[in-house]
Design a protein around this ligand. Structure first.
Ligand code: ATP
Ligand code: MG
Length: 551
């Protein structure tokens, strides 16, 4: 990006801290909960956290926030790592909040010993009732003033599995009158007899998010713990634990999360789409997950560019999906090999081109690339496939493509004139007959003819075939989360269309996974991972048309 780009508020803060000598080394972390696949919102947090230490030195840890045994899985840990690497980032240490269970337990003991935590047998309902409201002070639980010895003994009993789930909790003893409800004696440990993906059955009590996150940051000497705005109210508690425990003073800073139009962005909701079979999996090309975007044909560069463009703000906003599409279009325009593919084919016969003849034409692979991407050979013959929509029996006024009597250029080839066409019994056009002008060959045209329209085509006897999957937005409303009722009611029923048999240039039969291709006039495509040599499958990454323009 341009050098004079102004600093975002977190960069300003960090530059100040580094200048004043408050920290020697910048340390950030990306802390996903391994309860699903990462999505484009996480990409924003990844680019921010890793981007800062790339810019200012220091390092970024990857810390799995795995304090909730029920929803977490190793499959998610692996996919999250793969996605961060794919985006182009490298963490210094791979860490797990569950690695700190012993230390966190020790911190809880320390709080009890300081008279700042107590075991409470109240039920969840009772605790909720005692909490009060922001303007009405909470009431003390009857267990609030137990002795330190009793609390130590009960907490050890909790840890030793002497109580069933929900029988009691450990609560911090803070301030029942605080206007911040989170400070009204928050629960810091709960009993859960559940198997954990890493610690197995070693624990039956698990720390709450607020008791694990800041302390984990502190254990790792994280200088800037960056999270989304929902955690603003948690900051007071974050600071309180660190101060009472007298540990490394990590600091929390909040930025606005990414919201995208026509998208839901919560792992919990994305999981519903997967488990209810509404998409083919976490990496369905319509999903806003990083793996879905990858399968759809997005490049890491385009996603990083998108994150750079949206920037870092302190206020929530809604970003247009069009911006993400703009970024991948710009990127693929530079890298994608061009090719011709006919998605809705109709036969075109060139009556004055001998049926037993064919020739090889030459096309640039990428006129937008500096080296033009080299050239390729394109066979031409008597029988071609063209796009059904490029012919009109009764053309409208500004129609420059094929119509009875009209002329058009075949890309990389000749000018042809439509002489006649055939219809089936239902009135559908089945075949178009043209003559070609031999002197009009692209690159050596001496015909003196000027035609306005150019269409793409594929030589029928040489064509390869492929399945082509076209995608549209997954939801039909801008903010599915803001609508009434279940977000799944707003799924776009037309989000995927499958073309069973498209005709493609023969060289595309060797198309490689992981590369982008531009099908001229049709969009950018990539080879899907379901593809095989016998059955080629392309995904449309994005159409060519821009309906979004940068300011
Ligand atoms: P989800 O509801 O999708 O699971 P989360 O915040 O619970 O989101 P985590 O795995 O806890 O997911 O998030 C890891 C990091 O990614 C956190 O620091 C979080 O703030 C950040 N993050 C999550 N969603 C977004 C988003 N939409 N925009 C920016 N950052 C996000
Ligand atoms: Mg979370």
């Amino acid at each position: 990006m341009s050098e004079e780009k102004s600093l975002n508020f977190i960069e300003e803060l960090i530059e100040g801290d580094l200048k004043s000598g408050k920290y020697e080394t910048l340390v950030t972390r990306f802390p996903p909960e391994p309860n699903g696949y990462l999505h484009i919102g996480h990409a924003k947090a990844i680019c921010l956290n890793f981007g800062l230490t790339q810019k200012y030195g220091g390092y970024t840890n990857l810390r799995f926030d795995d304090t909730n045994p029920v929803t977490e899985k190793t499959e998610y840990v692996n996919s999250q790592q793969e996605d961060i690497h794919w985006l182009g980032f490298e963490w210094k240490n791979e860490l797990y909040a569950s690695d700190y269970f012993d230390q966190l337990f020790g911190f809880a003991i320390k709080l009890i010993e300081k008279g700042l935590a107590y075991v409470d047998h109240s039920t969840a309902e009772e605790i909720a009732e005692q909490k009060g409201t922001p303007t009405v002070a909470g009431k003390a639980s009857t267990y609030r003033d137990r002795s330190i010895e009793e609390n130590l003994s009960l907490f050890n009993s909790m840890r030793n599995g002497e109580f069933p789930d929900g029988a009691c909790t450990l609560r911090a003893k803070i301030d029942l009158t605080s206007p911040n409800m989170l400070m009204r004696d928050p629960i810091i440990y709960r009993i859960k007899h559940a198997h954990h993906h890493r610690t197995g059955d070693a624990w039956c009590i698990y720390p709450m998010y607020d008791f694990a996150h800041g302390q984990s940051d502190s254990i790792e000497n994280i200088t800037h713990s960056i999270c989304t705005l929902e955690y603003v109210a948690h900051r007071e508690l974050y600071d309180w634990f660190i101060a009472q425990l007298e540990i490394f003073p990590s600091k929390q800073y909040e930025f606005a999360r990414l919201n995208l139009t026509y998208t839901v962005m919560s792992k919990r909701k994305l999981l519903q789409l997967v488990t209810e079979g509404l998409v083919s999996g976490w990496d369905d090309p319509r999903m806003p997950t990083i793996s879905g975007l990858r399968r759809r044909g997005y490049t890491p560069e385009s996603i990083r560019e998108f994150c750079e463009r949206i920037g870092i703000a302190k206020r929530e906003n809604l970003i247009e999906l069009g911006l993400l599409e703009f970024c991948i279009r710009e990127d693929l325009n530079k890298r994608a090999t061009r090719a011709m593919a006919v998605l809705d084919p109709i036969k075109l016969i060139i009556t004055n081109y001998p049926a037993d003849r064919s020739e090889i034409l030459i096309g640039d692979n990428n006129p937008e690339a500096e080296d033009k991407g080299g050239t390729r050979e394109i066979p031409f013959s008597h029988e071609l496939w063209i796009e059904r929509e490029d012919f009109m029996e009764e053309p409208s006024k500004k129609w420059f493509r094929l119509a009875p009597g009209a002329m058009v250029r075949l890309k990389f080839a000749y000018i042809v004139k439509c002489e006649s066409f055939k219809k089936d019994e239902n009135g559908g056009v089945t075949e178009i007959h043209c003559t070609y002008i031999p002197e009009s060959k692209s690159g050596s045209d001496t015909s003196g003819l000027h035609v306005k329209g150019t269409i793409h085509w594929v030589s029928a006897p040489h064509a390869a075939t492929a399945e082509v999957r076209l995608y549209d937005r997954l939801f039909s409303v801008e903010s599915p989360d803001a609508e009434e009722g279940d977000f799944k009611e707003y799924l776009n029923p037309l989000s995927m269309a499958v073309i069973e048999r498209a005709y493609i240039e023969p060289h595309l039969a060797k198309a490689e996974q992981g590369l982008g291709y531009q099908f001229i006039r049709k969009g950018y495509f990539c080879v899907d991972e379901d593809s095989s040599p016998d059955r080629l499958i392309f995904n449309r990454t994005v159409s060519l048309k821009e309906n979004w323009k940068p300011n």
